[in-house]
Design a protein around this ligand. Structure first.
Ligand code: XMP
Length: 327
């Protein structure tokens, strides 16, 4: 029967056999799958693995630190962070259309990896000068089934999972999670000693906060949304609801303003939408009936603590007809 210790031992042996003395890279997104895949590969082959983390500025509060500090401390992986926040902001300037945002984010991601290659190769060469031959992907069993069995080449779920690398990099893939379901991946992550904030993380879209700002993306809007999102996550966690909720997008309606009142004056601020959903697989979902007291607390905190927000609204739409995200 299933046992995370056995799966780890089996995968470690398999990875060693596949890789030999070769070099491997892995993109970390901050999510569970890539984190566990990289930790498994690192356990198998140590510093033959180099990880890369892209800070595109669309991350949530604390995500970069969790990877750079907590994850690296727990695993000991070699990590290269590429800071491309300016590049992404510039590329996204003035863009409101959701599909255009996704395309730009996907394109900039690939560009970033191409630019980072030189640095990665240098980091890997510091070991012994050999080129990088392998790429780790955190593909899970449901991803394999969804894409019709998978082809064994670098067919990354294109921009649905923006953490991917371009096909023409021609790496051989290592996919140590290919036979596993999400809860099994979490169990393995815990067994490998990864931080709980990463192992228990709920789904978060590759394009990040970029598709949670309805309207164009600016630094101020990102900061505002990041702040509101951090409050929501902290309160849901404090209420012990992380496991009951599939995910809870927090959305900034940047193109909408409403009149409010605060102290002696009128305000003219933006609404924040809470979108807590319950789901098995994200294909269908229902809105989560959060306790009223918790909603009140979240609303009070956001309107008091986040400048520019004077209203918090709750999305009570199932999927279908609504999607989980607003864009
Ligand atoms: P929707 O909004 O389509 O979302 O109901 C279903 C699930 O997919 C996530 N999602 C994305 N994930 N890139 C991703 O990696 C994307 O462009 C993207 N759009 C939606 C969403 O968070 C939910 O879990």
């Amino acid at each position: 029967d299933w046992n995370s210790g056995n799966v780890i031992a089996e995968q470690v042996a398999r990875i060693r056999a596949q890789v030999g003395t070769g070099k491997v890279i892995c993109g970390l997104s901050g999510g569970v799958d890539s984190a566990v895949a990289a930790a498994l590969v690192h356990k198998a082959i140590g510093d033959q693995l180099v990880c890369v983390f892209v800070d595109h500025g669309l991350l949530r509060q604390d995500e970069r630190r969790q990877v750079e500090e907590d994850y690296v401390k727990a695993t000991g992986v070699r990590l290269v962070t590429v800071d491309v926040r300016e590049q992404f902001l510039t590329a996204l300037e003035g863009v409101s259309d959701p599909e255009t945002k996704r395309k730009i984010i996907g394109r900039e991601f690939i560009r970033t990896f191409e630019q980072a290659q030189a640095e990665l190769i240098k980091e890997a060469a510091a070991i012994d000068g050999d080129p990088i031959r392998f790429l780790v992907q955190g593909t899970l069993y449901p991803d394999v089934v969804e894409s019709g069995g998978g082809s064994g080449t670098a067919n990354i779920k294109s921009h649905h999972n923006v953490g991917g690398l371009p096909d023409d990099l021609q790496f051989e893939l290592i996919e140590p999670l290919r036979t596993l379901f999400k809860d099994e991946v979490r169990a393995i992550g815990a067994e490998l000693g990864l931080p709980a904030e990463i192992v228990q993380r709920q789904p978060f879209p590759g394009p990040g906060l970029g598709i949670r700002i309805v309207g164009s993306i600016t630094q101020d809007r990102l900061d505002l949304l990041r702040h509101a999102d951090a409050i929501v996550r902290a309160e849901l966690t404090a209420a012990g609801l992380d496991r009951e909720i599939w995910q809870c997008p927090v959305v900034l309606l940047a193109d909408v303003r409403s009149v409010g009142v605060q102290g002696d004056g009128r305000t003219y601020g933006h609404p924040i939408v809470l979108r807590p959903v319950s789901s098995e697989d994200a294909m269908t979902a229902d809105w989560t009936r959060l306790p009223y007291d918790l909603l009140a607390k979240i609303s009070n905190r956001i309107t008091n603590e986040v400048d520019g927000v004077n209203r918090v609204v709750l999305d009570v739409t199932s999927k279908p007809p609504g999607t989980i995200e607003w864009e």
